[in-house]
Ligand binder design. Structure first.
Ligand code: AMP
Length: 371
């Protein structure tokens, strides 16, 4: 756990903190919204979930719900007027919607964090401005710019849509020049970015949390394994040197300060073979690779996000045990009976009715386990 010097200084009084009974509006009703609402309830705060999907997992545990589209300005306005603060659980909230909401209620994190994280080109350029390393990259809009990009970054590389990609979707590897045409076609005309393929030693992530007053805490780095582009496990502690862990924390701190950020942020990083770090992407929200904090830390990423957006001081991010978080994807959650009977395993299920392939249905935190 890292706390800045300001942490504690004056934070205890928390002027402007929303009192218990206040309503937190959350855009998005998936599992992240569900876990945020559960954490908020523990603090006596109520959540109003806004989501277009009538079967949203978060609706089961929220005080109020709005079922409407994210571009329904009238519904958004009514929602914003009925809550004390607005936050979100996914990064593809239209920036226009966030700006509109901000006229009626504080939106935390602010629209700038959305704008940066929604577009891979803007995100990587932002990192470059801060002097933070990323994979070599270049914009791609057509065949000519793809050829220029290949000349700049080299191959192998990965062509990705600039916007709306998640869990490895909207990505095409280019291993040899003859694959370039097919990769470009698979972008379906969407603006794209070519990234050099990073020959990383491992992948880690850090979850940072920053308060309205600029106090920052960063959880221990997690070591992440992806399968088919989807997070499979997060193990803590990560097998990295203390210096690498400190650098990951420094990067998260710098990013949150530069964005004047409020709330939890996920920063995904590649660890190169020489120990240097490259940012893969940031998520302006609680993050799947931080689910281990629910059972292995004094206060989870969910509660600390709620605390931050409600203007409260942060709770301790101290980790009290080693842990491995495993996502339950598709039919994995059918093993819930066995998982529930496992000693030192904490099962979390999202209440989703249909288990489709690749769908995150729950996760299990195995305490004292090492990857
Ligand atoms: P993303 O959707 O960009 O987070 O990518 C999902 C996963 O694909 C990452 O966690 C990595 O395992 C892999 N990946 C993405 N970009 C790169 C890259 N430039 N080099 C190597 N692996 C990558």
């Amino acid at each position: 756990m890292t706390m800045t010097a300001e942490e504690g200084a004056g934070e205890g009084e928390a002027p402007g903190a929303l009192p218990p009974g206040s309503v937190i509006g959350i855009l998005g009703g998936g599992q992240l919204g569900r876990m945020l609402a559960l954490a908020a309830a523990r603090l006596g705060l109520r959540c109003h979930i806004y989501c277009p999907d009538p079967e949203s997992p978060a609706f089961d545990v929220a005080a109020a719900q709005t079922i409407a589209a994210y571009d329904d300005m009238a519904a958004l306005e009514e929602f914003a007027r009925s809550v004390d603060v607005v936050t979100y659980e996914f990064e593809n909230v239209p920036v226009a919607a966030a700006k509109q909401l901000a006229e009626s209620a504080p939106v935390r994190p602010g629209p700038r964090a959305l704008a940066v994280s929604q577009d891979r080109l803007v995100e990587k350029s932002f990192m470059a401005e801060l002097g933070i390393g990323t994979a070599a990259f270049a914009p791609v809009d057509d065949r000519a710019s793809l050829d220029q990009a290949i000349a700049k970054t080299g191959i192998p590389g990965i062509l990705k849509t600039r916007r709306l990609g998640y869990d490895g979707k909207g990505q095409a590897p280019i291993r040899s020049p003859d694959q370039a045409g097919d990769a470009l076609e698979s972008m379906l005309g969407a603006p794209a970015i070519l990234e050099a393929l990073v020959d990383f030693e491992r992948e880690i992530s850090v979850i940072g949390v920053r308060t309205v007053r600029g106090a920052i805490a960063v959880y221990d780095p997690a070591e992440n394994v992806h399968r088919d582009g989807i997070l499979a496990t997060s193990a803590v502690p990560a097998s990295i040197d203390a210096a690498v862990a400190a650098e990951a924390r420094r990067i998260a701190t710098e990013i949150t300060n530069a964005l004047d950020y409020v709330g939890a942020i996920g920063v995904e990083l590649f660890v190169e073979r020489d120990g240097s770090l490259l940012v893969n992407e940031i998520a302006p929200r609680v993050h799947n690779s931080g689910h281990w904090t629910e059972d292995a830390c004094a206060v989870s990423q969910f509660e600390n996000h709620i605390r931050a957006v409600a203007g409260w001081p942060l709770g301790p991010t101290t980790r009290h045990t080693d842990v491995v978080m495993t996502n339950l994807i598709g039919l994995d959650a059918e093993a819930w009976r066995d998982l529930a009977a496992e000693p030192d395993a904490l099962v979390h299920l999202y209440g989703k009715r249909e288990a489709r392939a690749g769908r995150k249905m729950g996760h299990v935190n195995r305490l004292r386990a090492r990857a």
